[in-house]
Design a protein around this ligand. Structure first.
Ligand SMILES: [Cu+2]
Length: 461
């Protein structure tokens, strides 16, 4: 046996050599050919990226053996699952890492049902070949057993960027639909210190192929396709469209929405998922891709080809590239119950100047906010995310779901998520029932922001 077993498994249970795991993930370097002769040198799961779609049954215990064949410690995070901190997959919560050359078993009971995903939770810092900059990610589909399956095809799309690099130029937020909303948190006096380094990219793919380089999605007129989409980028929110078609959004972050809506574009931040049905009723050859021309032309797209259609793939810009979470909420005006406690979380950026890394703070402090965020089990909390920065942040709370109650001044109810984009200078409020005792990490899902201070640890009293 090449990779020696560690003496304990990650769940703290007994030795497990005798029984094979339900799933095995082998972490190792790969060369990913995203376009002909265009190889990305990265790290993947089981020789590829994305890793395998892991299908689990809600409530049925699973074991996952993780074998680390790289030269750095790794962690596999199970994003959107209610599982204990010991297996959730972060250093901060106390999950044991998987050292180089070691096999470690994660055991947990998968829940809740829905589209989840798994990815490296290693810190990257200045190393753009670690953590979510790599190809270490994949879908987890947790099946409740009562999916009616009202679709003809199930299609998994992961949005990615590659070969990230440092820049002191800000991404054009408006191009990605992020420059919206009333900017309730815009400070009266803006911080004019010179910006430090941010991470950006100029090479993109959906799954493992840049636009036009892979097989098209082949459909037939009259088919109904279910898309599971994740933004697996370490870097940026994205807006995508499929000309001639509309997306019927049925779930956000894997959780069914109260009011499914037909929309022209999907905006999706790093960490978020969207499940959407598309009626294939516009025969032709189309580009499903980023609404930003530069990004789409640099790879962020995939061709959708109808049977017997032969022509150049068509792109048509959407007429209204707007995204609004709240239209998916409960249609009745009933407000969610009043919270027991309100927790304000103010996000700020400290520009660090040329050649330095910007720093990020929550409530004026860097991580770990010792004993600042302490939850009483059973209580209902309102978290008010106040974004006092010039960037939109996809913030994620581990091991919990929260309910959107206010997005940029628009009230809503019934939308359950684990990650939400807080628009630049905007405000989003979410409600949380404290029902998952143990340490829970909160952070921005943009790797650079998390690594340079945009995180906090929630604990239970
Ligand atoms: Cu961020």
């Amino acid at each position: 046996m090449r990779a020696q077993a560690s003496p304990q498994n990650a769940a703290g249970g007994q030795s497990h050599e005798s029984t094979p795991a339900d799933f095995t993930l082998r972490i190792a370097p790969i060369a990913l050919e995203i376009a002909p002769s265009r190889f990305i040198s990265t790290i993947g799961y089981n020789g590829t990226s994305p890793g395998p779609v892991l299908r689990m049954r809600e409530g049925k215990p699973v074991s996952v053996d993780v074998i680390n064949e790289t030269d750095a410690s790794e962690l596999v995070h199970w994003h959107g699952l209610f599982i204990p901190p010991e297996v959730d997959g972060t250093d901060e919560e106390g999950t044991p890492p998987v050292p180089p050359g070691v096999r470690r078993r994660y055991q947990f009971i998968p829940r809740p049902a829905g589209t989840r995903w798994y990815h490296s939770h290693a810190m990257a810092g200045a190393d753009l070949h670690r953590g979510t900059y790599t190809g270490q990610y994949g879908f987890v589909l947790i099946d409740s057993g009562d999916d009616p399956g009202h679709y003809d095809q199930e299609i998994f799309l992961a949005i990615r960027d590659w070969e990230p690099f440092f820049t002191d130029q800000m991404e054009n937020e408006a191009a990605e639909g992020g420059n919206l909303g009333p900017q309730q948190e815009k400070p009266a006096t803006l911080d004019t210190r010179p910006n430090g380094l941010e991470v950006t990219s100029q090479l993109f793919s959906i799954n493992d192929k840049a636009l036009g380089a892979g097989e098209p999605i082949r459909v037939k007129a009259g088919q109904r396709c279910l898309f599971h989409i994740v933004n697996a980028s370490a870097v940026e929110n994205r807006t995508i469209a499929l000309p001639g078609h509309r997306f019927q959004v049925i779930a956000t972050d894997g959780n069914k929405v109260p009011t499914p809506q037909s929309v022209e574009v999907l905006m999706i931040g790093p960490g978020e998922r969207i499940d959407a049905l598309v009626e294939m009723n516009q025969p032709g050859v189309w580009i499903l891709g980023s609404t930003d021309d530069m990004t789409r032309n640099a790879g962020l797209g995939v061709i959708v080809e109808y049977e017997n259609a032969h022509r150049q793939p068509q792109w048509v810009p959407p007429s209204k590239p707007l995204w609004d979470y709240t239209i998916l909420g409960r249609s009745s005006s009933a407000a969610p119950p009043a919270p027991d406690h309100t927790i304000d979380m103010v996000f700020e950026k400290i520009p660090s100047g040329a050649g330095q890394f910007n720093l990020w703070q929550v409530n004026g402090k860097p991580y770990p906010h010792d004993r600042e965020f302490v939850l009483q089990e059973g209580a209902r909390y309102r978290l008010v995310f106040r974004n006092r920065t010039d960037d939109s942040h996809p913030v994620h709370l581990h091991r919990h779901l929260f309910e959107l109650v206010d997005v940029s001044g628009k009230p809503t109810a019934g939308i359950l998520k684990d990650t939400v984009i807080v628009p630049l200078y905007g405000r989003v409020s979410v409600d949380l029932v404290a029902n998952q005792p143990g340490l829970s990490l909160f952070h921005c899902h943009i790797q650079q922001h998390m690594d340079f201070g945009f995180k906090a640890l929630f604990r239970y009293a």
